[in-house]
Design a protein. Structure first.
Length: 335
């Protein structure tokens, strides 16, 4: 327990340090001491105060929120499926969101609701529709529900992905806008987006943490868990709802950002073990740190801002391979 406490303290300090450094990065450089002064007093010359509070702080907090949400959703799905390759998009949330956003872009939708633009609203609706469709199909299948979820998720993802590709082929004048959304971005996301994304993301993550003991039970298999009196159907539904709500809200806010939800749980499991009471908050912290660093690189590596989804894939792939190589020879890499 003491070791875990130290580990969480270290991760918390790393996250706070990353936030302070990130607030100073950009075309206008601001030193860490000045950043701390602005955060503490919110006073001084107007330009840097505006840059920190109105431009950079909501974006960086959104990066923390989305990274934490994807990390916890990935941990939830990996525990549910007992599959180390499961990520937040395993049952079709990203493909549904992509189809919804693509339709909104092609249709030129301008409607907004509760501060969310038409593209975000369509992405949220598409993600929830996709997950609902997958769960409905899986519930009616003859195979084990968990296996049916995986198969239905793969099928619906391929179907919706093909629909997106077809729409892009037929509407090549919209390719830049569609690609821009599909690659993910934190640009121009302010306090309204953060305030709307926070409740579902944090609510879903909290529910997953409350389900920690049930997820621990599922690691021994559904038959064993059921024989111990666990209500498997309700637990499975709760995990799917919590993980999908978190993922759908994250994708609607910033687009599709890959690998964070796959890498964060693996890193957390390596550092803190497989007990979900520690794994889920650790995945949240590691996911938040990862996305803040990726956003820093997206803003500073080139003269134009790079798509953050591309950076997470470029950075995440070798990291994940290195993690797998480090664990080679251990008895399994799953939860």
């Amino acid at each position: 327990m003491k070791t875990s406490s130290i580990g969480f303290a270290v991760l918390g300090c790393l996250l706070l340090g990353a936030i302070v450094v990130s607030l100073g990065l950009g075309p206008v450089k601001i030193g860490p001491e000045r950043v701390m002064e602005i955060l503490w007093h919110r006073s001084g010359p107007g330009t840097d105060v505006t840059i920190v509070w109105d431009l950079r702080l909501p974006r960086i907090l959104l990066a923390c929120l989305i990274g934490a949400g994807l990390g916890t959703a990935g941990a939830g799905y990996q525990g549910l499926f007992r599959n180390p390759l499961a990520d937040p998009y395993v049952i079709g949330a990203s493909s549904g969101a992509a189809l919804g956003a693509t339709l909104a872009i092609i249709g030129g939708m301008q409607t907004s609701l509760w501060g969310l633009g038409a593209i975000s609203l369509a992405a949220l609706a598409g993600a929830l529709l996709s997950v609902g469709l997958v769960y409905t199909i899986a519930s009616a299948g003859r195979q084990s529900p968990t296996m049916s979820l995986l198969l239905a998720g793969a099928t619906v993802s391929n179907l919706f992905g093909a629909a997106v590709s077809l729409l892009m082929f037929l509407n090549d004048e919209k390719l830049a806008a569609i690609f821009g959304w599909l690659m993910g971005s934190l640009s121009a996301r302010g306090w309204p987006v953060l305030s709307l994304a926070a409740p579902p993301v944090l609510g879903g993550a909290l529910l997953l943490w409350l389900l920690s003991r049930s997820l621990d039970g599922l690691t021994f298999g559904e038959e064993t868990a059921s024989s111990l009196g666990m209500p498997i159907i309700r637990v499975r539904a709760a995990v799917v709802v919590a993980s999908s709500l978190t993922t759908a809200a994250a994708v609607a806010a910033v687009g599709v950002i890959g690998f964070v939800g796959l890498i964060a749980p693996h890193s957390a499991r390596f550092l803190f073990g497989a007990r979900h009471s520690r794994l889920i908050p650790a995945s949240a912290l590691i996911g938040a740190i990862s996305l803040v660093i990726a956003d820093d690189l997206a803003r500073t590596l080139a003269s134009a801002e790079l798509p953050i989804g591309v950076l997470t894939a470029l950075l995440g792939s070798p990291f994940f391979l290195a993690l797998l190589m480090r664990r080679r020879g251990e008895p399994g890499v799953g939860p």
